[in-house]
Design a protein. Structure first.
Length: 79
């Protein structure tokens, strides 16, 4: 699967942030739903224009963006 089939960027939509084609849902927004604990089923039920392939494309796009970037090491949080 090529993420390019599902993700695109248009300066006229959400300021050019990457979105799922056919929606105004940004990659960042969808990742935020998962980070907040949403399940795939909850996301797909809440946003019926999304498909399982589109969700996989969000992760594939994110992985590709991150793999060549610098790693940021976080200091251990101490309480």
């Amino acid at each position: 699967m090529k993420w390019q089939d599902h993700i695109h960027s248009d300066p006229e939509v959400r300021g050019g942030r990457p979105v799922v084609k056919g929606t105004r849902l940004t990659v960042e927004f969808i990742l935020g739903l998962f980070a907040a604990g949403w399940t795939e089923q909850q996301v797909l039920e809440s946003y019926p224009r999304l498909t399982p392939d589109a969700l996989r494309a969000v992760f594939a796009f994110s992985e590709e963006c991150l793999k060549d970037d610098a790693f940021y090491f976080l200091a251990a949080h101490r309480t």
